[in-house]
Write a protein that binds this ligand. Structure first.
Ligand SMILES: Cc1cc2nc3c(=O)[nH]c(=O)nc-3n(C[C@H](O)[C@H](O)[C@H](O)COP(=O)(O)OP(=O)(O)OC[C@H]3O[C@@H](n4cnc5c(N)ncnc54)[C@H](O)[C@@H]3O)c2cc1C
Length: 508
């Protein structure tokens, strides 16, 4: 198969979404599928090791993008790690498994993503999942993605969870992937297998099949440079492998799953995007689609640090306890805008950079319904150039307010009786002015989304079947198609998008 020049389907990118799409489409032995992945194989001991991924930042497994200067973030440029390896960001992520709020998907549907309401997507989440608690109305069993309550014993914190109940939330054993996400405190769930190894898109959906499915071909170190179009029909892909340009034909479809930062880049390099911007770069316009690269949304994280009364062992995972809340009392039925994670000591992977000289615990506030919207643009028409990433973080004052409210909530929980065994006083933000602290200390949680949004309005890039508008034979499937980012870590929704797309293609 290695030199085959035509496949039924070509999937660009082997991350959360592309891995599922390739797996499901190649179930039919008569369907040939090629996966093009810019990164290499996932042969590195820090990938399966659930404490190891931080060591991969800045390595060959990381695209290590950087944002433009962010005026809302004290004029900082923010490092944006993204997986460049088989499995994509699922091979270097922190493995938290959060589906998002049912209201997120119902909102997608209201915004024009017909068929993506919660009731419609829940079966796809369940199909993928092997939940350690077994199958139920809200959980799946027998799927490829093992989902477990926080497996790091040191991480589990009754102090935080019970304190959250003392200030009025449900818990302390809340299943936020169950009937209700918000207003309950419980353990975070993780995509980690029973042996304690990372479950990635690659380990779950691709590598086990490489020997057994001759109709599935995975080419690593193969970076797509553009989609080949005949008129307005996608007929193949041009890609760079070991310094040489290759072409491969797609008999049926090309599916771009290169992630929210690079799928819009690839569309634009192929002549699909805002006409004036393409012309700036001398790229012939095939379809003027003004929404390509727009609508960039991302989650921000903010550490709130307390000194603890005793020294506890470092944790293996970054975090493990969580509470989802909606800080906006005027819109109580909206999806949560704040995810408050908690770590009772220092995560081992971050120990070298988190040295306060005293024992500490960490609340991690995460802005999960950002109102600040940014964009991706081309820096150049050279496919090897990184895109311009401008999230416009904290440009909407409402986002700053959510993180200020998060500081107040962490303080309230820290004052509750159950937290007393830990609480030896606040270190961060301490006396710092709240807004200045937020703007100078927040950073990305690496969840870019929304840059090829699904919908039916003029800024939509794909329709609800994820077909690129104005072109045939071309779809986008990954975090970029989310009309709005979900309330929680994004990987579960990306797996689901892949599962649902494959079903739409297979069922015609
Ligand atoms: C450091 C980090 C920590 C994270 N922690 C969590 C977490 O704990 N929980 C969670 O839910 N989410 C987490 N995420 C986010 C989550 O992993 C992503 O939302 C998800 O993987 C996105 O899926 P995707 O399919 O859109 O893209 P990705 O999984 O990023 O896959 C895109 C793939 O496309 C490839 N690619 C790009 N361009 C090309 C090209 N031109 N040709 C060929 N291949 C290309 C990339 O190399 C990559 O393999 C984290 C992400 C990072 C980076």
């Amino acid at each position: 198969m290695a030199n085959q020049s035509e496949f039924d389907y070509i999937v660009i990118g082997s991350g959360a979404t592309g891995s599922v799409v390739a797996n499901r489409l190649s179930r039919n032995p008569n369907t040939t599928v090629l996966v093009l992945e810019a990164g290499g194989f996932d042969h590195n001991p820090n990938i399966p090791d659930i404490g190891g991924f931080v060591k991969l930042w800045g390595s060959e497994f990381d695209w290590l993008f950087t944002t433009e200067v962010q005026p809302g973030m004290a004029d900082r440029q923010i490092s944006m790690n993204q997986g460049k390896v088989l499995g994509g960001s699922t091979s270097i992520n922190a493995m938290m498994y959060v589906r998002g709020n049912p209201g997120n998907f119902d909102q997608w549907s209201k915004l024009g993503a017909t068929g993506w309401d919660y009731e419609s997507v829940l079966p796809y989440f369940k199909k993928l999942e092997d939940f350690e608690g077994g199958a139920s109305q809200y959980h799946g069993a027998g799927g490829e993605i093992t989902v477990r309550d926080c497996p790091d014993a040191v991480m589990r914190s009754p102090e935080f969870l019970v304190a959250a109940t003392e200030v009025g939330y449900d818990g302390p054993d809340w299943d936020y992937n169950g009937a209700r996400q918000e207003n309950g405190a419980g353990f975070l769930q993780f995509h980690i297998d029973p042996a304690g190894n990372r479950v990635s898109g690659a380990t779950a959906f691709l590598t086990p099949l490489l020997e057994t499915r001759p109709n599935l071909t995975v080419k690593t170190r193969s970076a797509a440079t553009r989609v080949i179009l005949e008129g307005k029909k996608a007929v193949g892909v041009e890609y760079m492998h070991l310094g040489k340009l290759h072409k491969v034909k797609a008999k049926h479809e090309v599916i771009i799953s290169a992630g929210a930062l690079q799928s819009p880049k690839l569309l634009m390099l192929s002549g699909i995007g805002p006409a004036a911007h393409l012309q700036e770069h001398d790229i012939p316009v095939v379809v003027d689609l003004p929404g390509v690269g727009q609508n960039l949304q991302d989650h921000l994280q903010l550490p709130i640090v307390y000194q603890t009364k005793t020294t506890r062992p470092n944790t293996t995972l970054l975090t493990g306890n969580v509470l989802f809340v909606n800080t906006r009392s005027d819109r109580p039925n909206d999806p949560p805008d704040l995810q408050l994670n908690f770590t009772p000591s220092v995560p081992e992977p971050l120990a070298p950079i988190l040295n306060f000289g005293v024992p500490v615990c960490i609340f991690l506030a995460i802005l999960v319904q950002p109102q600040s919207i940014g964009e991706i643009r081309l820096r150049s028409k050279d496919p090897a150039a990184a895109p311009i990433i401008d999230p416009r973080y904290l440009s909407d004052p409402a986002d700053v307010q959510v993180l200020i409210d998060a500081i107040a909530l962490a303080r309230k929980i820290a004052q509750a009786p159950a937290f007393d065994p830990l609480n030896a006083g606040e270190i961060l933000p301490g006396e710092a002015a709240a807004e200045a602290f937020v703007r100078s200390q927040a950073s990305t949680l690496w969840h870019p989304a929304g840059t090829c949004k699904m919908g039916q309005d003029e800024m939509a890039v794909v329709d609800p079947q994820l077909r690129v508008r104005g072109v045939t034979g071309l779809r986008v499937a990954d975090a970029s198609v989310m009309p709005t980012v979900t309330s929680g870590n994004t990987v579960a929704a990306c797996f689901m998008i892949g599962e649902k797309l494959a079903d739409m293609i297979i069922s015609g």
